[in-house]
Design a protein around this ligand. Structure first.
Ligand code: SAH
Length: 377
């Protein structure tokens, strides 16, 4: 039985875990043993961790647990994109999305329940902010995806090869928990992902960008979305606090001492709002000495949104303008939009969805029964 004063080991990075074991009079190597059991073997039960002494196992059962968010639903899109709704507590749910591609798979991870930033075109922003996720709830998303997908495809291959912190929430406003979770993702005794395969996307919390460089220099993506302050103020309200020039300086500092590193600038394509040739010119001017690239994201509409997706012609014209001016530019393929899994559509309100809740069974393999809810198109 889980009790309130038990500590959850799912979200502990090596440093925390070592401190935890020191606190119960154990040697530091216990940290890596337990991390391997949890994140490499997928074992959540202390009784099954057979290289720990019986007395240590018994003590762990008393003082600790390894717990995960609960799966509420699982949708699979016609293009193979998969979205899970996860319950994190009685009133909050979050979404995570898996995007399979040839020889790689990207998991889009949430960092908060809701979001405080209220960007004009984002579904998560519309539902307001509820709370930060714990590091266990953040890294637990990768754990679930890794072991559920291995079970589903009957393979141990690394189905999740890349992580994007682009789900619900602003990761840099939940700094400590996000960094702990990303440390576990990178740890050789856990998931062992290289830092370049983890991308953190931010609307531009400038002081935290500098901290991140020192603490956990993963790949950086910045949600720019507009080439001048007037327009950016109106669609990304955070711009009033950290305007474009200040943000771009932080981006330059982030990649300053690495010849290979680039910042990805995300730019959501909103018809007749930010997609005119003059905007492309301004953007190219802004980014002219920046080690970066632009990723154009076709706007994904959601119920109640006031914007329209730019037409393909306008998106291509915008890309061509940028490329002619020497800016590396790609267009993001929209995936999973038939199941509401496309960028910016995530809105894990739990209230009206819990009725579909599926019972979950604890224990590896039995943790979840993959009764996939197929979405009709
Ligand atoms: N808060 C972070 C990460 C979450 S959003 C950030 O702002 O970067 C991940 C990306 O999806 C951001 O670039 C965001 O601007 C974009 N996005 C949000 N809503 C969208 C929508 N409806 N259509 C397309 N992209 C959207």
């Amino acid at each position: 039985m889980e009790t309130a004063n038990q500590i959850n080991l799912m979200g502990m990075d090596r440093e925390h875990m070592t401190r935890f074991f020191a606190g119960i009079g154990q040697m530091p190597f216990r940290a890596s043993q337990v991390m391997k059991w949890i994140h490499q073997q997928g074992v959540l039960n202390f009784e099954e961790m057979t290289n720990l002494s019986r007395s240590l196992r018994e003590e762990l059962v008393e003082v600790a647990n390894v717990s995960l968010p609960e799966i509420i639903s699982d949708h699979i899109s016609s293009d193979g994109t998969r979205k899970w709704l996860l319950r994190v507590d009685k009133t909050n749910a979050i979404e995570m999305v898996f995007i399979p591609e040839v020889r790689r798979g990207t998991l889009c991870v949430s960092s908060q329940a809701g979001c405080i930033l209220d960007c004009a075109f984002c579904a998560t922003g519309k539902q307001g902010y509820s709370r930060d996720l714990t590091s266990a709830e953040i890294v637990g998303q990768l754990w679930l995806a890794k072991f559920l997908l291995a079970q589903h495809y009957d393979t141990d291959d690394r189905l999740v090869s890349n992580i994007v912190m682009m789900g619900m929430g602003e990761p840099l406003l939940n700094y400590d928990n996000v960094v702990s979770a990303m440390n576990i993702m990178q740890d050789d005794f856990s998931f062992g992902l290289s830092r370049r395969r983890i991308t953190l996307s931010t609307a531009g919390i400038v002081p935290a960008i500098d901290r991140l460089k020192a603490d956990c220099p993963v790949s950086l993506a910045v949600s720019l979305h507009a080439p001048n302050n007037e327009l950016r103020d109106s669609i990304v309200p955070l711009n009033k606090k950290y305007p474009i020039a200040v943000l771009l300086d932080a981006c330059r500092r982030y990649v300053a001492d690495s010849a290979r590193a680039r910042v990805t600038f995300e730019y959501v394509m909103l018809q007749e709002v930010n997609d005119e040739p003059k905007h492309a010119r301004q953007l190219a001017e802004l980014l002219k000495d920046m080690p970066g690239k632009v990723n154009l994201i076709p706007f994904n509409p959601f119920k109640g949104s006031e914007f329209k997706r730019s037409s393909n012609n306008r998106i291509h014209r915008f890309r061509d303008h940028l490329q002619q001016q020497g800016v590396l530019t790609t267009i993001r393929k929209t995936r999973g939009d038939d199941i509401g899994a496309a960028c910016g559509q995530l809105a894990g309100m739990v209230t009206d969805r819990t009725r579909r809740s599926q019972r979950y069974v604890q224990g590896l393999g039995k943790y979840y029964r993959p009764e996939i809810e197929k979405t009709e198109n």
